[in-house]
Design a binder for this molecule. Sequence first.
Ligand code: PHE
Length: 347
Amino acid sequence: MAWDGEEELREHDTATGAWIVIAIHSTRLGPAVGGTRMKPYPTPEEAETDARRLSAAMTLKMAASGMPWGGGKGVLAIPAGLTPDARRGLLHRYGRIVASLGGRYHTAPDVGTSSEDMDRIREAAGPLVFGCSEANGGSGPSGPATALGVHAAIRMTCEEAFGSASLAGRSILVQGAGSVGGALIDRLLADGGRVSFSDVDAAAIGRTRERGIPFIEPAAAIGAPCDVFSPCALGGVLTAVTAPRLRCRAVAGGANNQLADDAAAEALAARGVLYAPDFIANSGGACSGIHMEADGWTRERAERDVEERVIASLRAVFALARERHITTDAAAREIARRRLDGGVART
Ligand code: PHE
């Protein structure tokens, strides 16, 4: 896969059979930051491709949010059924690698890793880790703050698509009821939204169904009629093939890399579906974690900033897309690109 990043490291952990990949995409605006994703991958090459793509998304996320940080990502491609001891050993080894990068890469939670995992990484990496548990002086899981930003993005997207930000009576399908999707569902329900969900994980399905949220089979999620489709699971759900099957008016969610490629963005626009660019909609967890830990902000201040910034960023994106007749994804990339070219972050 072609990649315009700066640095990459790939190691095999013979003790567990896991592959460790760290991709540093850009340090143009500051040290690279990005979560650590831990899950099985069919091949080490796929883990590497994921790390590369996700690190590029972090660069866009930080730039579009005006943060003085760059983009990176860690992927731990683990075999299924890792024991707790093996997991701990792997996290320590990974932490030592993060430390060896001398501050060029900072990490945080992502799909498959928790605040407790960050505590383990920190034991070896020192202060280069965001999102450690609160008991350990960290900002805790990033999912709830990501959900806060996605919620603001859904409201803003509804304002643009329907002329009102109110979610009362709006039908919203949340794909993935994990740490982001689960917290998002609470917020949507509190707003009077008509929420349904889809997931592939038996525990998440059981837990969410028990709350009386209607379940949509994964295979039916893309084509399910709703006002807003909110991808909050893994990336690549929107392609030139799936986008034309959507029966929603807007897409706004927390997953990274929702669009498989540029053709997917065009297909969404052709279908008249308003897309909230993922790296803006899902920026809340990263931005608030960094503000709280690196800048000493209170949680209240960081959360207020997430809502205000996501709304302001999306407003700018929608305006630019309208004015220039480009997709919202292209508009968001352009805004990020200007910051990267200028080399100046918001203060
Ligand atoms: N997983 C987060 C994301 O993709 C990464 C992150 C969380 C970075 C918290 C910093 C602090 O945005």
